[in-house]
Design a protein. Sequence first.
Length: 185
Amino acid sequence: MEKSERAKMAAGEWYCCLDPELDALRMSARRAVHAHNTMPPDKRGKMAPELHALFAHVGEAFVEAPFHCAYGMNISLGHGVYLNSGCVILDTARVTIGDGTMLGPSVQIFCPEHHRDVALRKAGLEIARPVTIGKDVWVGGGAIILGGLTIGDGAIVGAGAVVTRSVEAGATVVGNPARMIRQRS
Protein backbone atom coordinates (compact mmCIF):
# COMPACT_ATOMS: atom_id res chain seq x y z
CA MET A 1 0.00 0.00 0.00
CA GLU A 2 1.35 3.40 -1.00
CA LYS A 3 1.87 6.03 1.71
CA SER A 4 -0.42 9.04 1.81
CA GLU A 5 1.08 12.46 1.11
CA ARG A 6 0.54 13.29 4.80
CA ALA A 7 2.49 10.18 5.84
CA LYS A 8 5.31 11.08 3.44
CA MET A 9 5.38 14.63 4.83
CA ALA A 10 5.55 13.31 8.42
CA ALA A 11 8.33 10.88 7.46
CA GLY A 12 10.49 13.64 5.96
CA GLU A 13 10.12 12.28 2.42
CA TRP A 14 9.26 14.13 -0.78
CA TYR A 15 5.50 14.60 -0.94
CA CYS A 16 2.95 16.49 -3.00
CA CYS A 17 1.50 19.47 -1.12
CA LEU A 18 -1.36 19.64 -3.65
CA ASP A 19 -3.33 16.95 -1.86
CA PRO A 20 -6.95 16.94 -0.61
CA GLU A 21 -6.06 15.66 2.89
CA LEU A 22 -3.34 18.29 3.31
CA ASP A 23 -5.70 20.96 1.89
CA ALA A 24 -8.25 20.05 4.58
CA LEU A 25 -5.63 20.25 7.34
CA ARG A 26 -4.48 23.66 6.11
CA MET A 27 -8.11 24.84 6.07
CA SER A 28 -8.50 23.75 9.71
CA ALA A 29 -5.39 25.74 10.57
CA ARG A 30 -6.69 28.80 8.71
CA ARG A 31 -9.93 28.64 10.70
CA ALA A 32 -8.07 28.41 14.02
CA VAL A 33 -5.69 31.21 13.03
CA HIS A 34 -8.64 33.37 11.97
CA ALA A 35 -10.35 32.79 15.33
CA HIS A 36 -7.16 33.81 17.11
CA ASN A 37 -6.43 36.83 14.93
CA THR A 38 -9.96 38.24 15.17
CA MET A 39 -10.45 37.99 18.92
CA PRO A 40 -11.33 41.40 20.38
CA PRO A 41 -8.28 42.81 22.18
CA ASP A 42 -10.13 43.09 25.51
CA LYS A 43 -11.20 39.41 25.29
CA ARG A 44 -7.81 38.09 24.28
CA GLY A 45 -6.19 35.65 26.63
CA LYS A 46 -2.94 33.97 25.85
CA MET A 47 -4.32 32.18 22.80
CA ALA A 48 -7.66 31.46 21.14
CA PRO A 49 -8.95 28.02 22.23
CA GLU A 50 -9.11 26.88 18.59
CA LEU A 51 -5.43 27.66 18.08
CA HIS A 52 -4.45 26.08 21.41
CA ALA A 53 -6.29 22.89 20.43
CA LEU A 54 -4.59 22.81 17.02
CA PHE A 55 -1.01 22.76 18.36
CA ALA A 56 0.76 19.50 19.22
CA HIS A 57 1.74 20.87 22.64
CA VAL A 58 1.40 24.21 24.40
CA GLY A 59 2.92 25.14 27.73
CA GLU A 60 2.13 28.54 29.22
CA ALA A 61 2.65 30.47 25.96
CA PHE A 62 1.50 33.80 24.53
CA VAL A 63 0.93 34.27 20.80
CA GLU A 64 0.27 37.84 19.64
CA ALA A 65 -2.03 38.48 16.69
CA PRO A 66 -1.67 38.41 13.83
CA PHE A 67 -0.17 34.94 13.64
CA HIS A 68 -0.05 32.41 10.82
CA CYS A 69 0.80 28.72 10.61
CA ALA A 70 0.42 26.13 7.85
CA TYR A 71 -0.91 23.20 9.90
CA GLY A 72 -0.44 23.92 13.60
CA MET A 73 -0.44 20.23 14.43
CA ASN A 74 3.37 20.15 14.18
CA ILE A 75 4.01 23.04 16.59
CA SER A 76 5.09 22.53 20.21
CA LEU A 77 5.52 25.57 22.46
CA GLY A 78 7.19 25.32 25.86
CA HIS A 79 6.38 27.16 29.07
CA GLY A 80 6.86 30.92 28.93
CA VAL A 81 7.18 31.10 25.14
CA TYR A 82 6.30 34.46 23.58
CA LEU A 83 5.59 34.97 19.87
CA ASN A 84 5.29 38.64 18.95
CA SER A 85 2.93 39.95 16.27
CA GLY A 86 3.28 38.84 12.69
CA CYS A 87 5.05 35.54 13.31
CA VAL A 88 4.70 32.92 10.57
CA ILE A 89 5.43 29.23 11.10
CA LEU A 90 5.15 27.01 8.02
CA ASP A 91 5.08 23.80 10.03
CA THR A 92 5.15 21.04 7.45
CA ALA A 93 7.54 19.33 9.89
CA ARG A 94 7.86 19.42 13.67
CA VAL A 95 8.64 22.88 15.10
CA THR A 96 9.65 22.79 18.75
CA ILE A 97 10.18 26.03 20.67
CA GLY A 98 11.65 25.59 24.15
CA ASP A 99 10.72 27.12 27.49
CA GLY A 100 11.33 30.84 27.92
CA THR A 101 12.04 31.51 24.24
CA MET A 102 10.96 34.82 22.72
CA LEU A 103 10.37 35.52 19.03
CA GLY A 104 10.27 39.14 17.94
CA PRO A 105 7.75 40.60 15.51
CA SER A 106 7.54 39.11 12.01
CA VAL A 107 9.83 36.14 12.71
CA GLN A 108 9.36 33.46 10.06
CA ILE A 109 10.09 29.74 10.38
CA PHE A 110 10.04 27.80 7.09
CA CYS A 111 10.06 23.99 7.24
CA PRO A 112 9.10 23.23 3.62
CA GLU A 113 11.70 23.10 0.89
CA HIS A 114 10.33 23.06 -2.63
CA HIS A 115 11.89 20.84 -5.28
CA ARG A 116 14.67 22.42 -7.33
CA ASP A 117 13.46 20.79 -10.55
CA VAL A 118 10.97 23.20 -12.16
CA ALA A 119 8.51 20.53 -13.33
CA LEU A 120 8.49 18.78 -9.95
CA ARG A 121 8.12 22.12 -8.14
CA LYS A 122 5.14 23.02 -10.36
CA ALA A 123 3.66 19.62 -9.50
CA GLY A 124 3.76 20.57 -5.79
CA LEU A 125 6.67 18.40 -4.70
CA GLU A 126 8.33 19.49 -1.46
CA ILE A 127 10.09 18.05 1.57
CA ALA A 128 9.58 19.00 5.23
CA ARG A 129 12.56 19.81 7.46
CA PRO A 130 12.06 20.16 11.25
CA VAL A 131 13.15 23.15 13.34
CA THR A 132 14.15 22.94 16.99
CA ILE A 133 14.65 26.11 19.02
CA GLY A 134 16.02 25.52 22.48
CA LYS A 135 15.22 27.10 25.83
CA ASP A 136 15.69 30.80 26.59
CA VAL A 137 16.46 31.74 22.97
CA TRP A 138 15.85 35.27 21.74
CA VAL A 139 15.04 35.66 18.03
CA GLY A 140 15.01 39.29 16.90
CA GLY A 141 12.30 40.81 14.74
CA GLY A 142 12.17 39.89 11.07
CA ALA A 143 14.55 36.93 11.40
CA ILE A 144 14.03 33.98 9.06
CA ILE A 145 14.83 30.43 10.19
CA LEU A 146 15.04 27.75 7.51
CA GLY A 147 14.07 24.11 7.96
CA GLY A 148 16.38 21.37 9.17
CA LEU A 149 18.04 23.55 11.81
CA THR A 150 18.55 23.58 15.56
CA ILE A 151 19.09 26.74 17.59
CA GLY A 152 20.72 25.87 20.89
CA ASP A 153 19.67 26.94 24.37
CA GLY A 154 20.36 30.57 25.26
CA ALA A 155 21.28 31.59 21.70
CA ILE A 156 20.48 35.00 20.23
CA VAL A 157 19.45 35.50 16.61
CA GLY A 158 19.78 39.14 15.59
CA ALA A 159 16.94 41.08 14.01
CA GLY A 160 16.67 40.45 10.28
CA ALA A 161 19.07 37.49 10.33
CA VAL A 162 18.55 34.67 7.83
CA VAL A 163 19.50 31.47 9.63
CA THR A 164 20.73 28.86 7.13
CA ARG A 165 22.82 26.75 9.57
CA SER A 166 22.27 25.42 13.06
CA VAL A 167 23.27 27.76 15.90
CA GLU A 168 25.27 26.59 18.91
CA ALA A 169 23.94 27.03 22.43
CA GLY A 170 24.80 30.46 23.77
CA ALA A 171 25.94 31.83 20.41
CA THR A 172 24.85 35.15 18.90
CA VAL A 173 24.30 35.20 15.13
CA VAL A 174 23.49 38.11 12.83
CA GLY A 175 23.28 38.91 9.14
CA ASN A 176 22.30 37.28 5.86
CA PRO A 177 23.32 34.53 5.94
CA ALA A 178 23.54 34.52 9.73
CA ARG A 179 27.06 34.24 11.07
CA MET A 180 28.29 33.90 14.61
CA ILE A 181 29.63 37.03 16.27
CA ARG A 182 29.82 35.79 19.84
CA GLN A 183 29.81 32.59 21.87
CA ARG A 184 28.72 32.25 25.46
CA SER A 185 31.55 33.26 27.75
